[in-house]
Design a protein around this ligand. Structure first.
Ligand code: FAS
Ligand code: PHB
Length: 389
């Protein structure tokens, strides 16, 4: 079998790329290791930059997002219970939209199925062949049969644990990594959000985040030890700890209830360079990971998709390879800015085991400067709503 683009990975990166290419008549086959329901069962990102919203509009899948998403014009930051507001709209003219990654992925799967685009689920042993030639191909097992797909290009959208990054010889790759001495314990509850905006809280007991999915679905996080397991935390213990980390007036009005999902994500900053090898292009978590503090994971995957989609469109429509030749350079320029913001914001809000009293004073002064200085607020807001593509 042959196609124009093989997309490995049916998460948001792969599906958004596939939908954008389809809209330009460029054929792509998505190979996904899991089932659709398994992919949709993952609880991940919640905040969409305007760039991602624009791509969803361009892909023709933004109708529900605009109907059900929440426009947020700012956020709350608190330090030991003292809360202040950052007004993105006033500072940048732009908001963000709160709409779960699960829903983004659902909308993209629905769109893909409605146009009859080919997605192969439950594929195994995906192997990339001859990526550094003009005739690359992918083999994979499905229902006990080995299949082969010849193609022009391969998009590695298979996340951090996928096979695409490993297909680039180590001698050709440079990897940059920072791990953090804590994780995020996330909980989903069918309760009304505690506030109409997100609350990022730095407290003596550690970081907490109050987020949401809709008027009766809340998403909360607390910084936890890397040795913790979700089962170590009863609902009662989770709610009690969250209350102790957020401002008192919020703790008083917090509506608790049974958690319907609890999971722990370790925090990591990671980038692999280059994001291209021959006719293989890495996209999204396959190439980079950010701590979720700045809500940049999904959104940086989207900017990769923007650059790769436009590069492939330019190749097929104008027979011009400038966009794909400069894909890695352009994508990485924005990736590193997202890595910086996510690393900085994580340093601002979390308590580190080795933090000295001086370090703590610096962190508190950093938060005070953000609270008091309009230029710092504007810099924060421009990063949070999304730097230009
Ligand atoms: P994904 O990992 O989403 O998708 C990759 C897909 O490839 C998966 O469906 C996988 O099954 C498939 N795959 C893997 N190997 C394969 C193979 N060999 N063959 C075929 N298919 C294969 N970001 C935020 O902005 N905010 C958050 O709060 C946030 N929370 C997160 C929590 C967790 C636990 C994790 C892991 C990530 C979180 N992220 C968050 C980041 C996350 O949203 C990613 O940035 C986003 O999923 C990136 O999308 P993809 O690049 O499509 O990768
Ligand atoms: C979420 O709603 O899951 C979320 C929101 C903002 C973040 C991280 C996660 O920075």
């Amino acid at each position: 079998m042959r196609t124009q683009v093989v997309i490995i990975g049916g998460g948001p990166s792969g599906l958004l790329l596939g939908q954008l290419l389809h809209r330009r008549g460029i054929e792509a086959v998505v190979l996904e290791r899991k089932t659709r329901d398994y992919v949709l069962g993952r609880i991940r990102a919640g905040v969409l930059e305007t760039g991602l919203v624009g791509l969803m509009e361009e892909a023709g899948v933004a109708e529900r997002l605009h109907r059900e998403g929440y426009v947020h014009e700012g956020t709350q930051i608190s330090l030991n219970g003292e809360m202040f507001h950052l007004d993105f709209k006033r500072l940048t003219g732009k908001p963000v939209i709160v709409y779960g990654q699960t829903e983004v992925t659902r909308d993209l799967y629905d769109a893909r199925e409605s146009v009859g685009a080919r997605t192969e689920f439950e594929v195994d042993h995906v192997v990339i062949h001859d990526a550094d030639s003009d005739h690359p191909f992918v083999t994979y097992d499905q229902h006990g049969q080995q299949q082969r797909l010849d193609c022009d290009f391969i998009a590695g959208c298979d996340g951090f644990h996928g096979v695409s990054r490993q297909a680039i010889p180590l001698s050709m790759r440079r990897e940059y990594e920072k791990t953090y001495p804590f994780g995020w314990l996330g909980a989903l509850s069918e309760t009304p959000p505690v506030h109409d905006e997100l609350i990022y809280a730095n407290s003596d007991r550690g970081f907490a985040l109050c987020s949401m999915r809709n008027a009766n679905l809340s998403r909360y996080y607390i910084q936890c030890a890397l040795s913790d397991h979700p089962g170590d935390w009863t609902d009662k213990a989770f709610w009690q700890e969250l209350r102790r980390r957020i401002p008192a007036e919020m703790a008083e009005k917090l509506v608790t209830g049974p958690t319907i999902e609890k999971s722990i994500a370790p925090l990591r900053s990671f980038v692999t360079e280059p994001m291209r090898w021959g006719r293989l292009f890495l996209c999204g978590d396959a190439a980079h990971i950010v701590p979720p503090t700045g809500a940049k994971g999904l959104n940086t995957a989207a900017s990769d998709v923007h650059y790769l989609y436009n590069g492939l469109r330019q190749f097929y429509e104008e027979r011009d390879s400038e966009g794909i030749d400069r894909y890695s350079e352009r994508a990485l320029l924005r990736v590193w800015k997202a890595e910086r913001f996510s690393w900085w914001f994580s340093g601002l809000l979390h308590r580190y085991p080795d933090q000295s009293p001086f370090d703590l004073k610096m962190q508190q002064a950093d938060i005070a400067f953000l609270r008091d200085n309009e230029a710092q607020q504007r810099a924060f807001a421009e990063n949070y709503v999304g730097l230009p593509y």
